[in-house]
Design a protein around this ligand. Sequence first.
Ligand code: F0G
Length: 354
Amino acid sequence: MSSWKGLLHTYKDYLPVNEKTPTLSLNEGNTPLIHLETLSEEWGVEAYVKVEGANPTGSFKDRGMVMAVAKAKEEGSKAIICASTGNTSAAAAAYGARAGLRCIVVIPEGKIALGKLAQAVMYGAEVFEIQGNFDNALDIVRSISEKEAVTLVNSVNPYRIEGQKTAAFEICDVLGKAPDVLSIPVGNAGNITAYWKGFKEYDEQKGTGLPKMRGFEAEGAAAIVKNEVIKEPETIATAIRIGNPASWSQAVNAAEESNGEIDMVTDEEILEAYQLLAQKEGIFAEPASCASIAGLTKKIKSGDVKKGSQVVCVLTGNGLKDPSTAIDTVTVKPTVLPNKEEAFLEHIRGGVAH
Ligand code: F0G
């Protein structure tokens, strides 16, 4: 039996891994690519989701973090630091703990999902809340990392992009080629940069072809689409509540080179997609992830994504990360009944619940 040994082992020929690189792993990667049976039929396309919530800390960040933390350790660093809307901090804290490094995280006060905060504290990170947003937090940690002996592990660290590009490899390995379209949420714009790099490298090595890259920001944080820094970004999708993406130009480049586009979706469209995916396909992804589904439906309606296209939507994080949004969004609440079988029968036979 061959068992999965994580990304640094599996893709060592494509990554900056040498004999001095620690064999760090929490068995990240190898996430499911699931065909959306019902929605593909409804939309007239062949749609898949790349379920990154199946990674060890429940988001795609593990791919980049395993690489960045392994290199920090290799270079003799004793501490890592990041700003985060939640998922980066969870991944940094976990891989930092695994590698025996001090981990410092800076997050926007009151604006990160509960599960992510639970992860950072549980993995033993030093957590600081800032009375500001992600962009302010990133400015601070970038500056500190230049002055102190601490390694920055946000996606401006090129090793993060290297690790994250492996998701594109996995998609090509499963489909046998790149899809026609890749639909992906955009926040700080590191992930779209990483996927595009991954697709290009695999195409050069294996002739797998290139997808059109379609990235989606949340409307209240759509700096790239509006071509201006958003000082006070706002969206229900807190993971992508970012007003000045660090990899802005790389995201624009990915969209242009691939004949794709960066567009935006509203919070209403995100929440609609969030419920649609869970209730029609049995897949629970966090709100920011569902920008990829909301974006695809928008582009199918506008005709920009043609019928019959093969599309992969990236579901960047697990739905359980953000239980509060789920509970607040769904209008059907559990029905309280007395402890008597007849009461249940009456309700079930009457089809009361749904
Ligand atoms: N989806 C989720 C669930 C995220 O956590 C993020 C980013 C994105 C999408 C956007 O990816 O920034 O590469 O464009 N989260 C970062 C964090 C910012 O701190 O966890 P991106």
